[in-house]
Design a protein around this ligand. Sequence first.
Ligand code: FAD
Length: 564
Amino acid sequence: MPEHDVLIIGAGLAGQRAALAAAQAGASVAIMSKVHPVRSHSVAAAGGINAAISLDDDWRSHAFDTVKGSDFLGDQDAIEVMCSEAPGEVMHLEHMGVTFHRNEKGEMDLRAFGGASMKRTAYVADITGQALLHVLYEQLMKHHEQVERYEEWFTTSLLIDDAGRCVGVIARDVRSGRMESFLAKNVILACGGAGQAYKPTTNGLIVTGDGIALAYRAGAPLMDMEMVQYHPTCLVESGILITEGARGEGAHLLNANGERFMEKSAPNKMELASRDVVSRAEQIEINEGRGVGPNKAGIYLDVTVVPRKRTLEALREIVNLGRDFAGVDITREPIMIRPGQHYIMGGVKTDIDGRTPIDGLYAAGEVACVSVHGGNRLGANSLLDTLIFGRRAGEHAAARSASMPMPALNTVSRVQADEAGIDAIVRREKGGRRVSEIKDELGETMNRYAAVFRDEQGLQSARETVARLKEEAGSAWIDDRGTVFNQDVLGALELSYMLDCAEAIVLGAIERKESRGAQFRTDYAERDDENWLKHINITATADGPKVSYSPVNITQWEPEERKY
Ligand SMILES: Cc1cc2nc3c(=O)[nH]c(=O)nc-3n(C[C@H](O)[C@H](O)[C@H](O)COP(=O)(O)OP(=O)(O)OC[C@H]3O[C@@H](n4cnc5c(N)ncnc54)[C@H](O)[C@@H]3O)c2cc1C
């Protein structure tokens, strides 16, 4: 049975950064991913990464913008860590080989992003995630003697020993269908978000909440799950993302009357208010009949106001996306967009070193909730979060490994149990619903009731639907009965993970009887600091999910009214 000091599940930015840090600290490391690492969703990140590197900037300003963006739900001690360590991390990445865009003076160029009080976003055209991920992948190759790779291995459960410690995982080799157990002194979950629980979403097909559900099933609390980010500029049909970089470069949002309607809700920041504010403003225009296109369901994003040369240089990927997926040349005409599911602020509750309350289990990146994003994440703060807390988790886990023996556990019966679970899925008779049908209904339900605007009635209806879909998923059938690259069977497992995430999102949203950040309750339209300046935690118990609260950590910024 393979044994490692630090076993990382997920090879996006958080996982690879954790692996690099743990290897550099001398640990024996393994990194597991259900797809080839450079196909992780991090590769799709476009707009950039925030850091106060400009001489007239200060990390405290970045931290305050982040706190304000979070609608004061973010934990300020964690935000201070992230923002103060950001400049060093970005410079380190550049030294490792990331070719950040430079201005005419040869300095690192910075672009404007939503909710930021100054230009603070470093970028590589609009392929920043790809640039970062490939550099980290190359850097990890240098440590090949210390870092084992399990590429195209799918984790099915966490190994928890009798003392309640996490001591490894069980996984399936996607290529052969073989199941195996892996022992580790520490496991770091870096499995990304859960966007596929919504339809449409900007997230890749593999972003199915596996890590969140695995930790939840093992007893770890989930925090801030009700906080789901809708990005203001997604293509109307497909949900494909048009980066915030477009508005950062100066693009306008227009309603059917040609008005820049952001004047009403954010007269100072206009299109560059934070994402929750812009998405709500767009949804109001659509709901009140001032939308554009079929069913007036869209809003115009007008990139033609940006000089064409600049668009072709700095936004070339969305020029391609507009042409290929909407038939629009964004350098010559406006493109139709609307708010779409993009990111989940919530996740597995951790401290600033990535530790969950389960001994030996860490989480970092979108799977985790430190909480640095609170009620609403600022654009370009997620790449930063993955790298800072990925590194910190890797370092902490490596240090912890140095002073402990390799755990021992007989895993035979656990591997058999997971194998039996998969065999049962493969053997299901046709008759019930297909996995894909259930997934579609889940996504449409969440997008209807747990979206930009929410209310009690809609959320209760979502809760009932999710409960019914959980039942139906228990007998849902698949076509592929083979062992080699059986994506069908993995899809059934992913569906069960998404359903767990959806359940927690809806529960949290029902529980929070106020409007803050991404959670806007039409039946509780005000922010209510007196009762709700606290995190909601959801823990799985034998009697079903249990809700509890934890305090928001406030260091230097007292909550105040949020205006843009
Ligand atoms: C289109 C798009 C554009 C974005 N643009 C930006 C941006 O410009 N700036 C910004 O800050 N943020 C951006 N974001 C958000 C940001 O990219 C993500 O939050 C971040 O990259 C998540 O990184 P991660 O390492 O946590 O997870 P991911 O990159 O999603 O990686 C998850 C990893 O976990 C593995 N995994 C998952 N489940 C299993 C399992 N069961 N078994 C084994 N392996 C598993 C996957 O294979 C993968 O390797 C964007 C997001 C999207 C969708």
